[in-house]
Write a protein of this length. Structure first.
Length: 258
């Protein structure tokens, strides 16, 4: 039995489908009951990571837990702490934790919470694996579409990204579910590194927009780390789906947002 937290989210749902196709028995942890239109598989468990309610029942009989659920800053740490405590009571299943490349080098509050969570897991006494990946394609598209009311798309000057496909990360998590605990696994990045402005221009073209893209200097320690490439892993460009391929596959939705 493999338990997936956040199994209805973008990464979690992609992973659940792959696990089922591979023949695994899967249970999804959710705060609410199974939707009426959902298929009878996977198994369903109702619980709350922020309070610990229902986690003992959700973890019963599991051999692996893949923790795809994520929140904001402190809630991420609290959720993992409750999950670890329940896992220790349940017989110490292998806990796999997706994280982000650069959490130890980019001083974002969200990244700091991810790093604290990684350390909590490493000290937990559980068999564990941390898989860091670069930013999803969807994040880059959101950065652009969130500016749809502006006359131009503004992107940070001197910053590049190495976006990766959600499905590519789900494939890696699937492989980790079938292996021994890795500890800190090799980082995983998208297949290409592009400047933020080039990515924004590709997004605009895919949406059929003629809006200009401007590089804007952004001060501060976070942007300094981004300019230094602390969030990139060009030596582990293991993802297969390029940003262009992502845009081609999602063009109608992108156009509506633009």
């Amino acid at each position: 039995m493999i338990l997936v937290t956040g199994g209805t989210g973008r990464l979690g749902s992609a992973l659940v489908g792959r696990l089922l196709t591979a023949g695994h028995t899967v249970r999804v942890l959710s705060r609410g009951p199974r939707p009426a239109a959902t298929a009878p598989s996977p198994d369903w468990a109702v619980g709350d990571l922020l309070t610990g309610r229902g986690l003992d029942e959700a973890l019963a009989g599991t051999s692996t837990v893949i923790h795809c659920a994520t929140g904001n800053n402190r809630s991420d740490v609290d959720a993992l702490r409750h999950l670890v405590a329940a896992a220790l009571r349940a017989g110490r299943p292998h806990l796999v934790y997706p994280s982000i490349v650069g959490v130890d080098r980019v001083p974002l509050p969200y990244y700091r919470a991810k790093l604290e969570s990684e350390r909590l897991l490493a000290d937990s006494g559980l068999p564990w694996t941390v898989q860091r990946a670069t930013q999803f394609h969807e994040l880059i598209a959101w950065m652009c579409s969130a500016q749809r009311r502006l006359p131009a798309v503004l992107m940070p000057a001197g910053v590049s990204f190495q976006p990766i496909g959600t499905g590519d990360v789900a494939d890696r998590l699937l492989s980790l579910a079938d292996t021994e605990p890795q500890g800190r696994a090799d980082d995983m990045g998208g297949p290409q590194v592009h400047t933020a402005t080039d990515l924004a221009r590709a997004w605009a073209r895919a949406c059929g927009l003629r809006r200009p893209v401007l590089a804007v200097p952004v001060p501060g320690a976070v942007m300094r780390a981004y300019r230094q490439g602390a969030h990139l892993t060009p030596g582990h460009a293991d993802g297969r789906t390029t940003f262009a391929q992502y845009l081609a596959a999602t063009r109608p939705a992108q156009g509506r947002r633009g």
